[in-house]
Write a protein that binds this ligand. Structure first.
Ligand SMILES: NC(=O)c1ccc[n+]([C@@H]2O[C@H](COP(=O)([O-])OP(=O)(O)OC[C@H]3O[C@@H](n4cnc5c(N)ncnc54)[C@H](OP(=O)(O)O)[C@@H]3O)[C@@H](O)[C@H]2O)c1
Length: 259
């Protein structure tokens, strides 16, 4: 008899699942047995393709156009997931935007959009999902970044938002204990649309690759594997933690060692 996949019968809610890391997370969860509701902002065709890919795996999928920066839309998204798929066990706050925004030039609207998408977005998602977690418990994973662990004046609102998500992870882990575990992943350089200008240029791709001890850029599936671990029973005694997924790229500066 074949074994049941680990997330069989569970329902996951993922923001920003149409492309990149979020897409990989949606498909990885579905491969492991979960039905998945995911949001997207603009990429309707990509979202439809993800729905079909989940359905080909034999799971149910729901794609909802919902702006992570708008708490009301997030509330509706989670409610739809609950109504259509019946429950909410796993939550992944992944939706994000990035763009260079140097500390002097960054505009107030850019500050607001970045903080509201990442930080208010993650908070609103957890607040909307909280009443739906089963008595047996659930899990939340926030997709932060190594940018949240380092000073980054060239991407100021982004790194502040990602640092805020790490603080939010720890506070929510306490607030939602003992029923719900809350953790974060902090990816390094990952090949997605967000980083296309860097990995599509041979020189910046190679310069950044040389700084990664594992010898290659990260792929969306590398991050999805870490999210899967944190959402799984293997991480049943882990909460409030940040798992860095960067091929060792931040080891030197995280240890306080200069190049
Ligand atoms: N790539 C990296 O190197 C890297 C490193 C560290 C952390 N991260 C983080 O990983 C997460 C995913 O990034 P990625 O590289 O996969 O980016 P991506 O390829 O640009 O994909 C971003 C996804 O988020 C969605 N999204 C963006 N803004 C949204 C909003 N306001 N509401 C709902 N959905 C929204 C997009 O939907 P539409 O396409 O429909 O607009 C898309 O599905 C982000 O939080 C990012 O900060 C990425």
């Amino acid at each position: 008899m074949s074994e049941m996949p680990p997330f069989s019968g569970r329902v996951a809610v993922v923001t920003g699942g149409s492309r990149g890391i979020g897409r990989a997370v949606v498909l990885a969860l579905a491969r492991e047995g979960a039905h998945v509701a995911f949001s997207y902002r603009k990429a309707a065709k990509d979202a439809r393709d993800v729905v079909h890919a989940v359905e080909r795996l034999g799971r149910r999928a729901l794609a909802v156009a919902s702006d992570a920066a708008q708490p009301d839309e997030t509330e509706d998204f989670v409610q739809k997931a609950r109504t259509e798929l019946g429950r909410v066990d796993i939550v992944v706050a992944n939706a994000g935007i990035a763009g260079p925004a140097g500390w002097e030039a960054v505009s107030l609207p850019a500050w607001r959009e970045t903080l509201e998408t990442h930080l208010v977005g993650a908070y609103s998602l957890v607040r909307a999902a909280r009443p739906h977690f089963p008595v047996a418990g659930g899990s939340v994973t926030l997709v932060s970044s190594i940018s949240g662990l380092v000073a980054n004046p060239e991407f100021l609102p982004y790194s502040v938002a990602k640092a805020g998500m790490l603080s939010l992870t720890r506070s929510l882990a306490l607030a939602l204990a003992p029923k719900v575990r809350v953790n974060a992943v902090a990816p390094g350089w990952v090949r997605t649309g967000m980083t296309a200008p860097l990995h599509e240029s041979a020189s910046s791709r190679e310069t950044l690759r040389r700084g990664i001890p594992r010898g290659r850029w990260g792929e969306p599936d590398d991050v999805a594997a870490a999210v899967l671990f944190l959402a799984s029973d293997m991480a049943r005694f882990v909460t409030g933690e940040t798992l860095v997924v960067d091929g060792g790229g931040s080891l030197r500066w995280r240890a306080g060692v200069a190049d």
